[in-house]
Design a protein around this ligand. Structure first.
Ligand SMILES: [Zn+2]
Length: 364
């Protein structure tokens, strides 16, 4: 499958056109037709209902939903993975809406939802349009179609609201990638991946900020320690730097904190040995940086399990931003993994070399 580049996707949304947006295979693995709400027309609504066939929704921010007094439907149990539906709406009579059902009238309601001039009293409840609430922080917070929709509208210069409609096959089953490819060709609408949108935002938005710097005396020597926070989650990035950091090739370790192995001598994984070897390598070179990631969600019930497998492109994307902030450009990455850390090579960073870490064989 060829996914459209994100800058081209943004151009398309700005030009009031549709995109097919797909999420990861390990998530819903479904494709939605997406358009900015400000760009909606009766023809566009009709196309979505007839051709996509799923439940058409209006993706909106928490802030806007609060302004319009549209609360979430009460869930049996709160679950961020499920669609965050609010009470349904129609635009009020004075907008020319009679039943609210036709493509024409749903387009009026959708436009009214995105119009900053409208308020809570401009809508009747319940109605024929289904608003869904996007998480603040968009795809960086939750990699769903709702968040992608809001992010795309915002990045295109529209008010942060989009219309989405899941795509069904002719036999009524959910369309998967091979089906979506055929529809993409038939409709002449490109496919965009939410994973690419996550990477794009991590590469284009400054999301980390340093909060304090101090000298850190370690058994390997003195490091300059800078603590970073970020705008997406509560993770803390501790940057241990030695020597003058610049854009020359520099030894770097990005280490996802693994309490069992790093601190408590677990034999489940090699994280602790790698951490020690990385500190040693940087100290011997008297030049380099080690980023230690503390994720609060890892300190829950399963505190001793190896957590490095749970780290995703967001964790490493933010790590890349920290490295960028430290002035680094060319990375000699200290790692024993063969898999590429794609997100680390974004944000102006180039991995020029992978340096493996000598670690003792784990006792069985
Ligand atoms: Zn581990």
């Amino acid at each position: 499958v060829t996914f459209i580049q994100i800058d081209q996707a943004i151009e398309r949304i700005r030009a009031k056109q549709f995109l097919i947006v797909v999420d990861d295979e390990d998530r819903e693995n479904e494709g939605d037709l997406v358009i900015a709400t400000e760009a909606i027309t009766p023809e566009a609504v009709h196309f979505m209902i007839k051709q996509a066939g799923g439940i058409m929704c209006a993706a909106m921010t928490k802030q806007r939903l609060a302004e319009l007094d549209l609360p979430l439907l009460e869930a049996q149990k709160p679950d961020l993975d499920r669609c965050q539906f609010t009470i349904t709406v129609d635009a009020a009579d004075r907008f020319g809406v009679v039943t609210g059902e036709s493509a024409h009238e749903r387009a009026i309601t959708l436009k009214a939802l995105a119009n900053p001039e409208t308020g809570a009293s401009d809508f009747l409840r319940p109605g024929h349009v289904f608003p869904v609430q996007a998480q603040d922080g968009g795809v960086l917070k939750r990699t769903g179609h709702t968040e992608a929709c809001v992010d795309l509208a915002h990045l295109s210069g529209f008010s942060p609201a989009g219309v989405l409609c899941p795509i069904l096959r002719d036999d009524g089953q959910m369309a998967r990638l091979p089906d979506l490819e055929k529809l993409s060709a038939k409709w002449d609408i490109p496919i965009m991946s939410i994973a690419d949108l996550v990477t794009y935002r991590l590469e284009h938005e400054g999301l980390v900020h340093s909060v304090k710097t101090s000298t850190y005396p370690s058994k390997f020597g003195d490091f300059e320690l800078t603590e970073y926070r970020n705008d997406i989650n509560d993770s803390v990035y501790m940057a241990f730097a030695m020597g003058n950091l610049d854009d020359s090739p520099t030894l770097v370790r990005v280490h996802a904190g693994c309490m069992g192995s790093d601190l408590l001598f677990s034999r489940n994984c090699d994280c602790g040995s790698e951490l020690e070897a990385a500190f040693q390598a940087i100290a011997e070179a008297r030049h380099g940086a080690l980023i230690y990631i503390v994720r609060p969600e890892d300190t829950g019930s399963n505190i001793l399990a190896c957590t490095s497998e749970h780290s995703d492109r967001r964790d490493y994307g933010l790590g890349a931003q920290v490295l960028h902030d430290l002035g680094l450009n060319q990375i000699r990455l200290l790692t024993n993994r063969t898999a590429q850390r794609a997100a680390l090579s974004g944000y102006g960073l180039e991995i020029v070399e992978k340096v493996s870490l000598p670690i003792p064989k784990r006792a069985g």
